[in-house]
Design a protein around this ligand. Sequence first.
Ligand SMILES: [Zn+2]
Length: 396
Amino acid sequence: MKLFGRRYDNGEPTCVEIAGGKIVGAETLASAERQTSCWPWIAPGLFDIQVNGYGGQEFSSADLTPEQVIAIVQEYAAFGVTRFCPTLFTASYEVLRHGLKTIVAACNSSPETARRIAAIHVEGPYISKDDGPRGAHPLEHCRPPDWDEFQRLQEAADGQIRILTMSVEFDDSPGFIERVTRTGVVVAIGHTSADSAHIRAAVDAGARLSTHLGNGCHLTMPVYPNYFWDQLAEDQLAASLIVDGHHLPASVVKTFVRVKTLERCLLISDVSGWAGRPPGRYTAGHGELEILPDGKLVVAGQRQLLAGASRPIGAGVANVMRFAGVSLTEAIDMATTHPARLLSMPLGGLQPGDPADLVLFDLDLAEPDDEATLPEFAVRCTVSGGEVVWGTPWQP
Ligand SMILES: [Zn+2]
């Protein structure tokens, strides 16, 4: 199979040749007499390390089935996502165990699902009980870290948990983080009430990521010190950012990207299991949710509290370029190689030998007439393991 597109990293019109699930050639085409501005972009498939479900189904659910997991994986192909981490948020041990075992069962029954589920992310249950940092996580299930429980969860997940988002203000947090880190799991700080000393101790113990920095926090706090500055200033922490246009104002995105540096920033969607549903009020396992007409997902009756996101990671690629002034190459890297590097996984790329996990998309880089209009990341075709799994390849 041959795929044609403009390379995301240099804009050159390129033919990528695929065989046996891998890229076997990437040839730059003569562009002198060709008008290439109508060509789609071609880039490695996107990698989203925080995805809670889709279409009304959460991964963190007592009734999740392997068939639903397989269906969600397929639906994400429409967003250009070829690798992602199903994310289970705070719930009882039984619900978490069920969700983890179900994801493993889905991977065991579908090799394609196993390929695209890079790892599992568990967000909670070891998070702050405070309103604000707790976000939409159910209060009754928030608890201090428990090493025995975590080991049992990892066993249920067949060792596939690779990210644990937790708060770090508990007495035994550093010891717990050290043990978890030693097993190859990335510990991320999130939904936290931690003070400066807690953040310092967590990083010393091995924490390496701030989960959705700037979200899941107190509505009011001291100007300083606070856990934003501590995490922003900590060079050992990468930061995942939800750049959907709802979760963080443009100025905050720009500041975070400049301060953390591009290399330490990665994009996530944090898409809720309720994304993909029409606007309205819904009863989720952990409370009432509302999807507003603009797609914003909030805790019902508390519109200042976001309950997750509804826009795919490609929206973040388009928005971060506008908000933080980064290039297309840098924005794509934030949604491909940076998450892969965090998890010590193959980075992906457009070179011979790289896996044929690719996305073709349209994205208008021209300055818009209207400042408020954000460019759309429009997926044309997604290729996973050398097969077209969504859309149609483009022919010049
Ligand atoms: Zn969260």
